[in-house]
Design a protein around this ligand. Structure first.
Ligand SMILES: [Zn+2]
Length: 399
């Protein structure tokens, strides 16, 4: 049935290509006299206990699945005091497949869902998941733990927005480096700094974050030398929340047709105009025409993003003062509160003029979007370890 393609490819294995019919195997006699290594403790033995032929999955050839018939030994290990499977460097940890096959599956999982990959390779989805996790752990081991100079802090919501996890990225290397915590508390944030150790903590020059007190307190305490920057992405998100608050209040205040225009338009109002469909744009136009207060709030939000176009803090400040003055008599309470928050965090917001050219501040937003795609794809896999690995490896080069 089968035909031997590259008999010397692996020392003890035959590569079998089955062109027709079910998978078939060929076997080579065992290389006699070769030493056997205990798979658990690594102790080298001259003898072995027994041997058995196993079917090992290898890289496919075109659309054909390839299996290797491999004679594997067991050793009666002196150190372990038990009979153990031997260690083979080219074998994946789990289940019976070669390392290169495991990495191949892992690479495919980077931009496809587990279920799609499982279908393609005729594997169980749990097997694919185990292989992908193995692949991702290897990626992380290779990348090591860097000492970041500029960090970006963001939180992601898990389980429908009731639980939070913190994600810290290295903004110079442009990759996430930490995923953890149990919520958005100061204690959770401290875990990151503790894991970093005192020496690397001292190397942090800038921390980019949300205007969220626990994060700032933790940074002040653990890395007092670091400057703090509240970035555009997070500030604009706060303003978006204020706009939504106005929408809710208008909805509660109004009746009849005017109320109908507001209903269910949260997404339309909060997303960028260029991201909307034709229908969404039409709905937005109708909504803004019908409600003067929302229209004002919408335009004020759009104009606020200009703040980050100024190269000089003085000009940015003048812009903000004008923006704040425009709120007068508009009865936009959530916006007044937002302006107050900007005022009290001004130093950290204006810091962008000093850092903008040295650091890619857009990375936090890009990563945030990417994590949402990962979460959507892994939806239904209630496995936090998997999500963590996925997030930490999403910017690493493939193996
Ligand atoms: Zn052993």
């Amino acid at each position: 049935m089968g035909r031997v393609l590259f008999p010397r490819l692996l020392r003890r294995a035959h590569l079998v290509r089955h062109l027709w019919g079910p998978p078939s195997l060929c076997h080579l006699p065992y290389a006699e006299g070769k030493k056997t290594v205990c798979g658990v403790c690594g102790l080298v033995h001259r003898t072995f206990y027994d041997r058995k032929t196993r079917r090992i999955r290898d890289l496919p050839c075109a659309d054909k699945r390839i299996y290797l018939g491999v004679e594997m030994r067991r050793v009666a290990c002196r150190r372990c005091g038990k009979v153990k499977q031997e260690r083979l460097d080219w074998l994946a940890d789990y289940p019976f497949c070669t390392k290169r096959f495991a990495f191949y599956v892992g690479r495919r999982c980077r931009d496809s869902s587990i279920h799609d990959v499982a279908k393609e390779f005729h594997l169980d989805w749990r097997t694919v998941k185990a292989l992908e996790m193995q692949y991702m752990r290897k990626m992380l081991r290779r990348a090591g733990i860097p000492g970041p100079k500029v960090i970006g802090i963001d939180e992601i919501s898990v389980r429908k927005g009731h639980d939070y996890r913190i994600v810290v990225s290295d903004l110079l290397r442009k990759r996430p480096i930490w995923f953890g915590g149990k919520d958005r508390s100061e204690a959770s944030m401290d875990l990151f700094y503790q894991g970093l150790g005192p020496k690397k903590r001292k190397g942090i020059q800038l921390a980019v974050m949300d205007m969220w007190k626990p994060f700032r307190n933790s940074a002040r305490k653990n890395a007092p030398q670091a400057a703090i920057l509240f970035d555009k992405f997070h500030v604009m998100r706060n303003l978006g929340e204020a706009l939504d608050e106005i929408r809710k209040r208008e909805y509660a205040r109004l009746t009849g047709k005017k109320r109908e225009y507001i209903k269910g338009q949260k997404y339309t109002l909060l997303s960028r105009r260029e991201n909307l469909t034709m229908k969404g744009r039409a709905a937005l136009k109708k909504l803004l025409k019908a409600n003067k207060r929302l229209n004002t709030a919408y335009l004020l939000k759009e104009s606020f993003s200009q703040l980050w176009e100024y190269k000089n803090e003085g000009w940015a400040r003048r812009f903000f003062d004008n923006w704040r003055a425009a709120l007068k008599w508009q009865r936009l309470k959530p916006y007044e509160e937002f302006a107050q928050m900007i005022e009290s965090h001004w130093e950290g917001i204006a810091a962008f003029t000093q850092w903008e050219e040295k650091v890619s501040l857009g990375f936090v937003e890009g990563l945030n979007n990417k994590i949402r795609v990962i979460q959507r794809r892994a939806y239904g896999l209630r496995d936090e370890e998997y999500l963590k690995l996925k997030v930490l490896t999403c910017m690493l080069p493939p193996l």
